[in-house]
Design a binder for this molecule. Structure first.
Ligand code: ADP
Length: 194
């Protein structure tokens, strides 16, 4: 009986340790991702990589023409960027060093594999950051704007995918979730606190 209790409390201690470790690596910010000074910021792009509205437009406006030029070169080399995939450019005039462009899924009532495609956006962006030896990365709430993904489900996928990745990779030491709108911010706040 005593042994069981010790084992149980050890599990709680470990769970708490992991929780604290991840919470230090994950930071929630309310604001504009173009102002974040991380090794990389992630852009919720579209498959043409030619810019658009929402966070995509904000990044290209603030970052300047160099980003679009590099996106053009990528498209010329590999064709369009498919949903769930990610590519990297420098960050032009932004305070970040790189922009990782990933294409989120358009919400289609959950019938088009949206959940695993959204998870792939986070996973592939993090993998690309590791490949480039980057240790800090900032994410917007991919697909939750024009692409219409339900914000609560998207937040759960984002946090679960990032947490799992951090569990398996030591190189990334900081992940910022940058929420532009109050609804996403409150959702992330409650999920990260749980
Ligand atoms: P998507 O097409 O993937 O839905 P959007 O840009 O329309 O992309 O929206 C994705 C998220 O980005 C939304 O939650 C929106 O509030 C947020 N967003 C818009 N502008 C910014 C910004 N400057 N910084 C951070 N997030 C932003």
């Amino acid at each position: 009986m005593r042994l069981m209790c010790e084992c149980h409390s050890e599990k709680i201690r470990m769970a708490f340790f992991i929780f604290v470790r991840f919470m230090k690596k994950i930071e929630l910010i309310k604001g504009d991702i173009t102002r974040i000074k991380a090794d990389a910021i992630v852009n919720a792009a579209n498959s043409s990589l030619m810019g658009g509205g929402g966070v995509d437009g904000a990044i290209h406006r603030a970052g300047g023409a160099a980003i679009l030029e590099e996106c053009r070169e990528i498209i010329a080399r590999q064709g369009s960027c498919k949903t769930g995939e990610a590519v990297i450019t420098t960050a032009g005039n932004l305070p970040a060093k790189f922009v990782i462009h990933t294409v989120g899924p358009v919400w289609n009532n959950g019938k088009k594999n949206e959940a695993s495609l959204l998870a792939a956006c986070y996973k592939n962006s993090l993998t690309l950051a590791v490949t480039h030896n980057l240790s800090s990365i900032a994410f917007p709430n991919i697909s939750t704007g024009i692409y219409g993904y339900p914000k609560d489900e998207a937040a759960e996928i984002a946090i679960a995918t990032v947490t799992e990745f951090l569990d398996q990779n030591e190189l990334i030491t900081k992940v910022y979730f940058v929420c532009f709108d109050e609804e996403n911010y409150q959702l992330y706040k409650s999920l990260i606190k749980d």
